[in-house]
Design a protein around this ligand. Sequence first.
Ligand code: NAI
Length: 384
Amino acid sequence: MKIGIVGAGAMGSGIAQVAAQNGHQVVIVDNHRAALEKSKAGHQKILARLVEKGKLTEGEDQTILQRLKYETEMGNLQGCGMVIEAIVERLDTKQTLFKQLEDLCGDDAILASNTSSLSIASIASACQKPERVLGIHFFNPAPLMPLVEIIPAITSDSEIVNQAKALIDAWGKVTVLAKDTPGFIVNRVARPFYGEAVRIYEEGMADIATIDWALTELGGFRMGPFTLMDFIGHDVNYAVTESVFTAFFYDPRYKPNFSQKRLVEAGLLGRKTGRGFYDYREGASKPQPHKDEALGQAILERILVMLINEAADALHLGIASAKDIDLAMTKGVNYPKGLLAWADELGLDFVLNRLDALYNDYREDRYRASVLLRRMVAANKKFF
Ligand code: NAI
């Protein structure tokens, strides 16, 4: 099957590489020639490196490169069995594109969006045949991150969703099914990793280095929240937080914070600009954590129970199955354990007690425990 990719940025290029490595002829279309050239140069470099590392044999890189075509004209997408869109995150632009795709591609072509924050239903609504439109959400960098969220819209045909899922599975990815709700699984459940960490910092409970230390050294997370936000870029991370908050009708659980907003306003976007929560400029000293175990445990527990609460509530609301929620967090954002399995290990009564203590202390809706947790504790149940 010929695969079409629209948008040759970070995501489109990565997805195109995955498809080509899995034997497909791939057409990448972008309306900026410079983006196509950058994408092509990137593919050449990455594939050559894979040969050096022995992950591809000599010549295999050339075979893969020959499968990739870089085009500015949409007409080149004719004959594609599936097109994945990874253009700018704007609804009107995506809707215009999907209308065009529908005219160009055969009736049975699958049309997918890699959107992180728009509803699939709203994109599909631009089409005459919305039943063949779904969300296929990769993680950055697409060739390295195993997770792909498959998101049927309310209008999607389940047979088409199954076909798309089977294809992405065959590419060696770990697919999970998610409901078409803001942030899908990962970008919803992960919010407290950032938001609660900043809250702890803003309240003066600990400094950023200590919070990062607690999560990495005591919690086993690969990166602490402040290091991770600096890495992702505050423009991107803040935009996701704000869009999830707005899309959830301003649920206080997802409220953005001023510390990060000010960083964005000041242009201190993290690693890419040399400064964010940390200072990466030459000669800058790195703040050292206060390795106080009791404080570290309190920080870790607070963030962890908030994450578990999100995971439990996502399960309660049918966003995904327990298995898929845990897979999503381990395979999409490298969490050391699935959150629901972690909850079982900690004891659901412990998690609920910690959440209730936070709720009683703050009297804020942000700390309300999911009713599912409460019911499970009452019934003495576990997630797995
Ligand atoms: P990017 O800005 O790196 O690339 C977007 C590309 O689309 C650019 O090369 C641009 O020239 C092209 N483009 C814009 N409008 C177009 C049009 N009408 N026709 C053809 N090409 C057009 O963006 P990135 O980061 O690759 O994101 C793309 C999509 O993937 C967005 O929907 C984003 O929300 C989503 N996404 C991004 C992730 C990330 O970590 N960057 C992760 C998962 C999803």
